[in-house]
Design a protein around this ligand. Structure first.
Ligand code: 3H9
Length: 708
């Protein structure tokens, strides 16, 4: 018997234990092990029932995603289909009980549905999350799930991919019983209980499939939702098509349809990009020079300086994770305002159904206001979230150095200032680190963790681990103006302005990038964030501008007119009282006047040029960050862009996208822009080198990781 799948017998019940840590992924080897166990059961007449269970922390979290990558990249040429094996399990003459704890996801749920009964611990979850990887269930999940849970539930699960809690799965008919305590014992008892009954085969249960007149409106509504909410994605629609097949065709034919759709999705660029993002999110947690064993500071309490938008949002993040927070302000009035904002944000979450009132009441107890730095003497970590002023930040850090215990992490939420200079205000720069949250902090998943020259490994390891605990994706970056995300975002937004200066309409620029898949166009994003933020920084840094290099000017002029974006009801667009944007003819007229005064020739600009100029400028700056070592690997940049800047997940991030277009082509376009537009389009040396060598950013990064 394979080490990955163990077989034992307890009182006539066969127990098949899948043991492929950490998540019992159904690799080809695990499938082979299960096949051996099934053969043993088929040939042993003394067996009265069967239990399948997962060893360790979970049942089966799905097929082995790494094997998909190997398949689509041609490393392996075929992969044994799981379907026939699941049919053999379903056809066993004795009842098969699937005992679920942790997660039964993807192929794991498909395996479970091939059993005759499913029992689970109360905190277990089931789901078909394949769509998040750009694929659909490929082992008859789209055919068995509607037979157990009905078409509406199956469509929701397969098209949206969200996990379903055990309680809900019981109600929907996916599970037969919830149990407490020893799962294996409970499963054996259950198997004995049902041993004498005929085993119900899921594939033969047709009562929940409904008639076409019942299911058609469900499927149509699901397609409409998918087109709106998962814009541009192929897999959700494919999943719905496969479930439709379950309602119209016999099981075998439905399976064939599923197979066709699964294969089409698996070999799509979207699936490759989404699988890259899945592994990327885990890879960024691995820092070459910071081994897993690096000691960390257990963070059981946090101090936050500043109860403004960012400080308040960060306080909610920690409260949500059950970590007590001391929120500091200088006076009672700002602390009251900060707390009122937190309450308002929580109330909105309750209104939208994200949290229950009870959860919110509990969370609020974790946030305690203070006006006194002295209260920070016992906290394990402080995050400074005051106004972006170096002088002010240094003053805060001097205070923190005075009051905080040795070993406490001293973090700054600066989005652009020099971490080393901030650290210089303390006597312990190795404890100083950047934790750059994105606004709104309680919603956005990205956390840039900024390493200063003296930042200690312990502080880095602590923040990386903490990011997961507080539900963020932590990405380690180096210390430079704007770090990774904002340093790339500056040229991207500047290019969008140049396009408007050259004749593209505001709406055309935003539409082209929205249709590329960005969550929002770059100009609308500026309005949301507040145009005045960049304006103030530009004014401060004007002395650093290189003479003769073109500077964008429209945003500055809009700010001079008091058009700061959504918050003033007007920016690039005008906004109604519900912040709904509409094009503003006044701005269009102003832009025509300003560009004519500046003597900028006007021309028609295609959507293709808009996308290329904006996206390739991200790529070019990304290449510089990679070469300078500010970003560790190309994938780090991708994860930053996917989680903090609304880059479309199905394009894998800016650097993955460039690799998929081909660096030669990207480089040539950039050279062309340099010739036609000006010196700011000078290609990054790394991009040039890789393009000439026929290599990718991913290949460059894997060399870097090995070297580190
Ligand atoms: C599928 O099933 C298709 C089917 O229809 C069949 C078609 C024929 N494969 O996330 P974590 C690794 S598609 C390979 O940090 P957590 C992961 O990379 C699949 N590896 O833990 C990481 O490795 P490392 C459908 C996997 O506790 C380690 O395990 N299933 C897989 O925070 C720990 O992962 C899914 O999409 C996998 N399937 O979260 C579920 N899963 O340590 C995907 C994980 O080297 N998985 N790894 O970095 C998850 O959602 C989360 O991993 C899970 C655990 C919630 C299970």
């Amino acid at each position: 018997m394979s080490e990955l799948v163990q077989f034992t017998k307890v009182d006539g019940i066969a127990v098949v234990t899948i043991n492929n840590p950490p998540v019992n992924a159904l690799s080809s080897a695990v499938s082979a092990g299960i096949a051996t166990a099934v053969a043993q059961i088929e040939n042993d007449p003394s067996i009265k029932g069967v239990v399948f269970i997962g060893a360790g922390r979970t049942f089966v979290a799905g097929a082995d995603i790494k094997e998909f990558g190997e398949l689509t990249s041609g490393k392996i040429i075929c992969r044994e289909s799981l379907k026939p094996l699941l049919m053999r399990i379903e056809d066993l003459r004795v009842p098969v009980v699937m005992a679920i704890h942790g997660t039964a996801f993807g192929g794991g749920l498909e395996l479970a549905m091939a059993g005759h009964y499913r029992i689970a611990l109360r905190d277990a979850q089931v789901g078909q999350p394949e769509v998040k990887l750009g694929i659909i269930p490929g082992a008859a999940g789209t055919q068995r799930l509607p037979r157990l849970a009905g078409v509406a539930k199956a469509v929701e699960m397969c098209a949206e991919g969200a996990p379903v809690k055990a309680e809900d799965a019981l109600k929907s008919g996916i599970l037969d019983r919830l149990v407490e305590g020893d799962l294996l014992q409970a499963a054996i008892v259950f198997a004995k209980e049902v041993a004498a009954r005929p085993a119900p085969k899921t594939r033969e249960r047709n009562d929940k499939l409904g008639r076409p007149e019942q299911t058609s409106p469900i499927l149509a509504a699901a397609r409409e939702t998918a087109r709106k909410k998962q814009r541009g994605l192929l897999a959700p629609l494919a999943a719905i098509d496969a479930i439709e097949a379950a309602t119209r065709l016999p099981f075998e034919e439905g399976c064939q349809k599923e197979e066709e759709l699964f294969t089409k999705c698996l070999f799509s660029d979207q699936s490759k990009a989404l699988i890259h993002a899945f592994f990327g999110e885990r890879e960024v947690a691995k820092i070459p020079d910071i081994p897993k064993e690096t000691p960390i500071v257990p963070v059981t309490s946090v101090g936050i300086v500043g109860a403004g938008t960012m400080g308040g949002g960060i306080a909610m993040v920690f409260a949500n994770a059950g970590i007590p927070v001391l929120l500091k302000e200088t006076d009672q009035a700002p602390i009251d305002r900060g707390l009122a904002n937190i309450q308002k944000n929580y109330a909105n979450s309750v209104k939208r159904g994200r949290f229950t009132q009870q959860f919110v009441d509990e969370r609020l107890k974790f946030i305690r206001p203070t006006l006194d730095y002295g209260d920070f003497s016992g906290v394990d970590m402080v995050i400074e979230a005051v106004f972006e002023s170096m002088a002010l930040k240094k003053e805060v850090f001097r205070e923190l150095d005075r009051v905080c215990k040795q070993g406490a992490i001293l973090a700054t939420n600066t989005s652009s200032l020099d971490i080393d200079e901030i650290a210089s205000a303390t006597s312990r720069p190795k404890s100083v680190i950047g934790t750059h949250f994105f606004s709104p902090a309680n919603v956005m998943r990205l956390l840039e963790i900024v390493r200063g020259a003296a930042t200690g490994k312990e502080a880095i390891a602590t923040c990386m681990q903490l990011s997961k605990k507080i539900g963020k994706v932590g990405v380690l970056v180096g210390n430079c103006m704007g770090f990774v995300g904002n340093r790339m975002f500056g040229p991207y937004r500047r290019e969008a302005q140049f396009l408007v200066e050259e004749g593209a309409t505001i709406e055309a620029v935003d539409k082209a990038l929205y249709e590329f898949g960005m969550a929002m166009g770059p100009l609308a994003t500026g309005d949301l964030a507040g145009l005045d933020v960049g304006w103030r920084i530009r004014k401060e840094l004007r002395h650093l501008e290189k003479p003769g290099v073109r500077q964008a000017f429209i945003e500055d002029r809009l700010c001079e007119l008091g058009r700061f974006g959504q918050k003033t009801g007007a920016g690039w667009y005008k906004y109604d009282e519900n912040r709904k944007p509409s094009p503003d003819p006044e701005v269009a007229a102003l832009i025509r006047r300003w560009t004519s005064e500046a003597g900028i020739p006007q021309r028609q600009i295609s959507a293709e040029e808009i996308v290329e100029r904006c996206i390739y400028t991200l790529v070019n700056e990304g290449a510089r960050l990679l070469e300078e070592g500010i970003a560790l690997r190309a994938v780090d940049i991708d994860i930053i862009y996917l989680n903090g800047y609304g880059f479309p997940a199905h394009r894998g991030g800016a650097m993955w996208y460039a690799d998929s277009v081909g660096l030669r082509k990207v480089y040539e376009r950039i050279c062309d822009f340099q010739r036609r537009l000006g010196s700011w389009w000078e290609p990054a040396p790394l991009l040039q080198r890789l393009a000439e060598e026929g290599k990718t950013f991913a290949e460059f990064s894997s060399r870097q990781s090995v070297a580190a």
